[in-house]
Design a protein. Structure first.
Length: 46
């Protein structure tokens, strides 16, 4: 049982860096999507 817990901790430590990049890419995608939507609305108005 202790072996499984140790493995989980190691996986969590390794995954934290991937999680940071994942959250950054999600934030970037949301900003890009918002920009594209606003740009599309602006172009349709003009």
């Amino acid at each position: 049982m202790s072996g499984k817990q140790e493995k989980k901790i190691i996986e969590a430590g390794r995954g934290s860096r991937i999680g940071t990049w994942l959250s950054l890419s999600v934030v970037g995608a949301v900003i890009l999507l918002t920009y594209l939507v606003l740009f599309g609305l602006y172009m349709s108005r003009v």
